[in-house]
Design a protein around this ligand. Structure first.
Ligand SMILES: [Fe+2]
Ligand SMILES: [Fe+2]
Length: 267
């Protein structure tokens, strides 16, 4: 059994690479000014991506009045952040679905939508980054699944039967998906902000960036496939400055947005 997350990831030969379109998209955002035009160029080289973006921009998720048929028009309407979100969601889909199934893919979408929506409503965090943070928070799960699929299946079953996910993973692997996700984020050279949110999404008050880590935790809880939102530590709610009642009132629109996004991207 590996001693820690770094050791585990170092022993693996087949760590997935971050899809190149994401590397390019995130690189562009870093040096902002020329953004939208360069995102258009990325898509000019990736027809599958371009057609997914057009399909999405014409879906109920955005609900624009007239049909949008060109990528440049789509980019102008969506803006850079939304376009980046779509690129990430589309480009990560094969990896998430092959290693985590449709459930993990939908959970990632829903957490992305939830984080973005909550950030937008509250101004407590930058809504531009929020989708990516929510979307990637559980990325460590794919590494544990690749490392030992049979064992991870058993962990998932235990969790379905009520076990705590962090405890079950640590018992089976010696590490958990938050720590391993942090190591993957470093390997992928994701931003410190993203890496931190991934590492602390189950223990956000321990983060050096508590506010945005609390947002990740709250978005994750909202994205659980349960009738009611699972209990959230009052200290975490206080830190972010939100109540359960407010979150409850967001739930319907988050569900609707997630379904529209999921339907549009699922084919
Ligand atoms: Fe998680
Ligand atoms: Fe999660």
């Amino acid at each position: 059994m590996a001693q820690n997350a770094l050791e585990l990831i170092e022993t693996m030969k087949d760590i997935p690479a971050m899809p190149t379109v994401i590397v390019k998209a995130l690189g562009i955002i870093k040096n902002d000014s020329s953004g939208t035009k360069e995102l258009g160029e990325i898509m000019a080289y990736d027809q599958a991506l371009a057609s997914q973006v057009l399909k999405l921009v014409n879906s109920a998720y955005y609900g624009f009045a007239q049909e949008i048929t060109s990528i440049n028009k789509a980019l102008a309407l969506l803006g850079m952040n939304q376009t980046r979100n779509i690129i990430i969601a589309v480009a990560m889909k094969p990896m998430l679905t092959s290693q985590g199934g449709r459930d993990l893919w939908k959970h990632a979408l829903k957490a992305g939508v939830a984080c973005e929506y909550i950030a937008g409503q509250t101004d407590a965090a930058d809504a531009g980054d929020a989708f990516t943070i929510g979307f990637l928070h559980d990325i460590g799960k794919i590494i544990l699944n690749i490392f030992d699929t049979m064992t991870y299946q058993k962990v998932k079953l235990d969790v379905q039967n009520g076990a705590d996910i962090i405890e079950a993973e640590e018992e089976a692997f010696g590490v958990n998906h938050a720590d391993i996700g942090f190591q993957l984020a470093k390997k992928w050279k994701l931003s410190v902000l993203l890496a931190n949110c991934i590492k602390y999404h189950h223990d956000p008050l321990a983060s050096s960036m508590p506010k945005v880590s609390c947002l990740t935790h709250i978005g994750d809880q909202l994205a659980q496939d349960t009738q009611d939102i699972p209990e959230i530590d009052p200290e975490i709610l206080d830190n972010f400055g939100i109540t359960m009642e407010t979150l409850q009132s967001y739930r319907e629109v988050i569900d609707e947005k997630t379904n529209a996004l999921f339907m549009s991207l699922k084919a």
